[in-house]
Design a protein around this ligand. Structure first.
Ligand SMILES: Cc1ncc(C[n+]2csc(CCOP(=O)(O)OP(=O)(O)O)c2C)c(N)n1
Ligand SMILES: [Mg+2]
Length: 616
């Protein structure tokens, strides 16, 4: 007879999570780093009680905002290259909905996280309960249905035994490199508390390993033939290179065949910035060196990238009309984009097999040499825009220069939204794989500080530097207090340009009037003068406003010795961004307008759109 153990659904769920293990560098460890929780109606009595029972094996962390705690969980998974992850539980209603944006962020970036929102009573007896919405025509609809389009797997648990297949499926999805993404199990609050005789085998320890699919022979042969016919080959390294930890295989292929490499936002740090074949950022926020090669390339080996518009310059960057794209990706959906030759495989396996099959073949030396001189030219240009200055309002690039000089390349640098992603993609000199943590799939304002916290939980021995604009900071800063409470130090550099600088610049570039972006251009009675240092200090951080680039460098050097989260604020210029490098981005300009500036921008826009390749 099957041995059983009588537990509530919530107790069984938390016990199951604690039994899931992984192996990293030969060391077995729990795959769940913990559970983020904000309790309320719909999870405190059920999941809350169950988490208390397992608090030593599966730690619970309390945050101040459900979206932020989910950001921390997501960043934790990313910093662990998807080898470990976390769960996040909320009450029903507003707490649950606060996590939906984060679920979409994880969905876009293909990152594993387990969402456990509370849900309505399955028995419907007390309906409508506090925080329950009512659909007049659909008795099964709850706010948690909002998770469906932003989850790779969604289930609503209306009976306690349902979690047996549901948790197994959740683990499959979160550990599969192709399917990987957020899982939502909406937990009806009465069912959380209901007991069931679970088979003991459900709680057997299970060790999950990274699956590394090898390429199909036919696809490999076609990719090798395409590469061998190339005279101007280029590799684009996306986030999949990092998730696969394929930097060694990438370097070997690039060096062996003399193929230059460029990097997407997600793939930056696949090779160190100073690797001679690393042309660094490609696309809308790309370097001169990378974009020139991309324009000419006849074979583009796109590894582990979704080929989003910032990478492809809205599909206007690759100008060689006879080009072939090879899509090396573990997910067929990505591998075949834009009629690419698909090479469905794990990045490390695919790169290794490609390298072996190329068997000494090399790109023409002139192409590789051309890349090296382009890189030198770019480095000189980048040096100019990041050099120290004593202007009153430095540019983002000048602040980046200061952070780089003070902190070096071996910190983990994190950013997500505003003008910083573009500047950092171009200018940050990344070190080891994973040392550049960008959330630019969804570019969620408010990811930065909570994300930094998640990274620090994953990498407690590393220095985590968060760069953030005033707009993002004001949107979501509460987890500074959590970082202080947990003793997890972040170094936060806040660039205050008094508004949404990058959107104001985009508005101007599309012919718009300066309107509703910078604080001075927004409807106001009193122009805000926000004391960010005082604000951060009130949350428990060490905080200082610096008045110059030199002052920032000094403060950063000092901050290395701080054991507590430190926030350094600097005023910056909202109008300046780095002109050199970059590429056109498709942002639709109005076809008719009473503003001549818009009409002129539309004309220029129509010209640019002619460069876009449709389909090929
Ligand atoms: C949640 C969210 N809302 C809105 C946007 C659109 N958006 C992108 S950047 C930006 C302004 C960011 O301002 P700030 O953080 O001060 O950076 P800056 O542009 O000034 O460099 C806005 C509104 C977004 N990316 N995320
Ligand atoms: Mg700003």
């Amino acid at each position: 007879m099957t041995k059983t153990i009588r537990l509530t659904m919530a107790q069984a769920l938390t016990r199951f999570l604690g039994c899931q293990m992984t192996e990293i560098d030969g060391r077995k460890m729990p795959i769940f780093g913990g559970v983020w929780a904000i309790f309320g109606h719909g999870n405190v009595a059920g999941i809350g009680e169950a988490l208390y029972q397992v608090r030593d094996e599966l730690p619970t962390f309390r945050a101040h905002n459900e979206q932020a705690m989910a950001h921390a969980a997501i960043a934790y998974a990313k910093a662990n290259f998807r080898r470990r992850f976390m769960a996040a539980t909320s009450s029903i209603g507003p707490g649950a909905l606060n996590m939906v944006t984060a679920a979409a962020l994880a969905h876009v970036n293909r990152l594993p996280v387990l969402f456990l929102p509370g849900d309505v009573f399955a028995n419907r007896i007390p309906d409508p309960v506090l925080q329950q919405t009512e659909d007049f025509s659909d008795g099964t609809a709850t706010v948690n249905d909002c998770f469906r389009p932003v989850s790779r797997y969604f289930d609503r648990i209306t009976r306690p035994e349902q979690i047996i297949p549901a948790l197994n499926r959740a683990m499959q999805v979160m550990t599969d490199p192709a399917e990987c993404g957020p899982v939502t199990l909406a937990l009806c609050q009465d069912v959380q508390a209901e007991a069931f005789d679970y088979p003991e085998s459900f709680f057997a320890e299970r060790v999950w390993h990274q699956r590394r699919p090898r390429p199909d022979r036919g696809e490999l042969a076609a990719a090798v033939a395409a590469l061998k016919a190339a005279t101007k080959p280029l590799v684009i390294a996306g986030g999949g290179v990092l998730y696969s930890q394929a930097s060694g295989e990438l370097a070997q292929l690039a060096q062996g065949a003399g193929i230059p490499v460029c990097e997407t936002q997600g793939g930056k740090s696949s090779l160190p910035d100073d690797h001679p074949l690393n042309m660094a950022a490609v696309g809308v926020t790309g370097t001169l060196a990378a974009n020139r090669l991309a324009e000419e390339a006849d074979v583009v080996l796109a590894v582990g990238t979704r080929l989003q518009d910032f990478t492809t310059g809205s599909w206007a960057l690759f100008k060689n009309s006879g080009k072939t794209i090879i899509g090396l990706n573990v997910q067929p959906f990505d591998a075949g984009k834009h009629q690419a030759l698909p090479l469905v495989a794990d990045a490390a396996e695919g790169l290794a097999e490609l390298g072996a099959a190329l068997n000494g073949w090399q790109a023409p030396a002139a192409w590789t040499d051309n890349a090296a001189s382009g890189k030198k030219e770019w480095q000189a240009e980048a040096g100019k825009v990041t050099a120290s200055t004593n202007v009153a309002y430095p540019s983002d690039a000048q602040v980046i220069g200061a952070v780089q000089r003070a902190m070096g390349s071996d910190v983990i640098l994190l950013h997500a939204a505003g003008g910083l992603p573009g500047e950092l993609h171009k200018l940050w000199q990344a070190g080891a794989p994973g040392s550049y943590h960008a959330e630019y799939g969804f570019s969620t304002m408010g990811y930065e500080i909570a994300g930094g916290l998640g990274v620090k939980m994953a990498k407690p021995d590393d220095e985590v530097v968060v760069m953030i604009g005033d707009g993002s900071y004001l949107m979501l800063n509460s987890e500074i207090a959590t970082s202080v409470m947990l003793g997890l130090k972040l170094t936060i550099v806040l660039l205050d340009n008094r508004g949404y600088g990058c959107i104001n610049r985009l508005q101007m570039a599309t012919g718009g009037a300066n309107f509703n972006n910078l604080l001075k251009d927004a409807r106001h009675e009193i122009l805000p003068d926000i004391d960010f240092a005082a604000h951060a200090a009130s949350l428990g951080a060490i905080a200082e406003k610096v008045s110059s680039i030199a002052g920032l460098e000094t403060a950063l050097t000092k901050a290395k010795d701080n054991s507590k989260t430190t926030v350094l604020v600097i005023d910056t210029d909202p109008l300046v961004s780095t002109d050199v490098g970059g590429h056109w981005w498709d942002v639709a300009v109005p076809e008719v307008s009473s503003r001549p500036q818009v009409n002129a921008a539309r004309k220029a826009y129509e010209e640019k759109r002619r460069m876009q390749s449709v389909g090929d």
